[in-house]
Write a protein that binds this ligand. Structure first.
Ligand code: ATR
Length: 290
């Protein structure tokens, strides 16, 4: 049996799952979720479906018609998919994106597990509690929205969103409600506020494979009291995290967010807790093998 295969026979009772994306061939979700089902002994199988934008509506109708129990949604469908669902849970609606669908007898509900996955990973791997903290989020895209939403729920004291396009940062900051002080700014204003931050999170693509030689801001501004977090997990340790360690700061890599967003989806689908250790291990192995 190869490492990512299901451990049981696929039969008439096998419950089906999948990920819809364009492209989707690079996704590690099938490997991770099939491993999870194998470890827990659930008769299920999870496949990758290359769904182009023009076929998204039909693909979602297919979830109902064929009775897939759950689907993950990835680039570029996370926003558009909402129009084809029966319900969208409150957090996904606030974030404005869905990455997980649960099918209850033909009724499809959309969720967003990215932000919760991020916070679980952060707490588990670093012990950092966002409550009462000052946090800087770099980037204002879909991933940033989920993370900011979850950090507000965790009662962060202040969140500054900094983005290459400042208007997007300001829009994000204005659109999320809660007790947290929220504001947006351009990357050029960072120098004034960085020293007072407890946690800095990179959600931009800067430093990601195949361009690992860049950092999203001037690393000489990093001090030892900070926790530096990067949601990129390829490479496993970005240049930003390497530079942060050299400057005595604590670091948090992106693999845990990926594992925990999948684990939370697994919980929504099965009602059981996910085998997180086994899930992380198989993704780590696949990334190491390239
Ligand atoms: P995701 O879903 O991963 O968040 P996204 O919604 O496309 O992806 O958002 C990408 C984020 O990375 C944006 O904040 C983008 O900045 P802009 O809003 O100015 O486009 C940021 N980003 C991408 N490439 C960047 C680069 N080379 N330098 C700085 N920021 C970059």
């Amino acid at each position: 049996m190869s490492k990512g295969s299901v451990s049981h026979t696929i039969d008439t009772r096998t419950v089906l799952y999948g990920v819809f994306g364009d492209p989707v061939a690079q996704s590690k979700s099938p490997l991770m979720l099939n491993r999870a089902f194998a470890v827990t002994g659930i008769n299920a199988a999870y496949a990758a479906f290359h769904v182009t934008p023009s076929m998204l509506k039909d693909a979602i109708a297919g979830v109902r018609a064929l009775g897939l129990r759950g689907v993950n949604i990835t680039i570029p469908h996370k926003v558009e998919v909402m129009a084809h669902l029966d319900a969208v849970d409150e957090s996904a609606r606030m974030i404005g994106a869905v990455n997980t669908i649960v099918n209850d007898g033909g009724r499809l509900t959309g969720y967003n597990t990215d932000g919760v996955g991020y916070v679980r990973s952060l707490k588990e791997e670093t012990g950092f509690n966002p409550a009462g903290k000052r946090i800087l989020v770099l980037g204002a895209g879909g991933a940033a929205r989920g993370i900011v939403y979850s950090l507000v729920k965790e009662k962060a004291k202040e969140i500054i969103v900094a983005n290459r396009t400042p208007s997007r940062a300001e829009e994000l900051a204005a659109s999320i409600e809660g007790a947290t002080i929220l504001r947006g700014m351009g990357m050029n204003e960072l120098v004034d506020i960085l020293a007072s931050m407890d946690l800095i999170i990179n959600t931009t693509q800067v430093g990601m494979h195949p361009f690992p030689g860049q950092t999203p801001f001037d690393v000489s501004l990093i001090s030892p009291h900070m926790l530096i977090s990067d949601i990129i997990y390829n490479p496993r340790e970005t240049l930003l995290l390497k530079e942060a360690q050299l400057r005595g700061a604590a670091v948090h890599g992106g693999l845990g967010m990926f594992v925990h967003q999948g684990a939370y989806a697994y919980e929504l689908w099965t009602g059981q807790s996910a085998p997180v250790v086994a899930m992380r291990q198989i993704v780590e192995q696949a990334l190491a093998e390239g």
